[in-house]
Design a protein around this ligand. Structure first.
Ligand SMILES: NC(=O)CC[C@H](N)C(=O)O
Length: 190
């Protein structure tokens, strides 16, 4: 399985390392043409507005939408989840708008700018070390979707069809289980 990590901004190398660790062939994707032979794509965290601008400049929006609409799995972490969402709280327009979730940005307040907690993630782990950095949360998950994790009653991970979203940063741990879960989604989609 060949999985790309969108390399416009954010923790790219860390995602590559964990994808390799679970047995995927992982590549940093810097050009739109590189999408064509991928089986799945990870959109890392960073700053969603910055990544969105870069995406618009270089034709990524159309290309990633086509990739998702072709049924290929996409995993968005933190800003990546915001980019995937169909709706963003307080904003007229979404970015990619592929995944049937509504997100609220910077949802955990200033004094909790960044923190780590162990969370149960359905189908993944009973004690997943979730690292939150100015994280969003998922206000709504479409009916066809599955909530995978909550923190303080807020949804922080979900799957809808071939799309996976985490408000936290699974690439900033040594824990490979969520990347393994995504790799299994990619295998299933073939
Ligand atoms: N660590 C992150 O990816 C933070 C996301 C950022 N707060 C945003 O709105 O895009």
């Amino acid at each position: 399985m060949k999985i790309g990590v969108l390399a416009l901004q954010g923790a790219v190398v860390e995602h590559l390392r964990l994808l390799e660790a679970v047995g995927a062939t992982a590549v940093a994707v810097k050009k739109v043409e590189e999408l064509h032979d991928l089986d799945g794509l990870v959109i890392p965290g960073g700053e969603s507005t910055t990544i969105s601008k870069l995406m618009h400049q270089y034709g990524w929006m159309e290309a990633i939408r086509a990739f998702g609409e072709a049924g290929k799995p996409i995993f968005g972490t933190c800003a990546g989840a915001i980019l995937l969402a169909k709706q963003i709280e307080g904003q007229q327009e979404a970015h990619l708008g592929l995944m049937d979730i509504k997100v609220a940005r910077n949802a955990f307040g200033r004094q909790k700018d960044s923190f780590e907690v162990n969370l149960p993630v359905a189908g993944v782990a009973a004690d997943y070390p979730a690292v939150f950095i100015r994280a969003p949360y998922l206000m709504e998950v479409g009916e066809a979707g599955q909530v995978l994790a909550k923190y303080e009653d807020k949804i922080v991970a979900a799957r809808v069809g071939q799309y996976l979203a985490a408000a936290f940063h699974p690439e900033l741990t040594e824990d490979t289980r969520l990347h393994k879960y995504f790799l299994d989604m990619v295998k299933e989609s073939k």
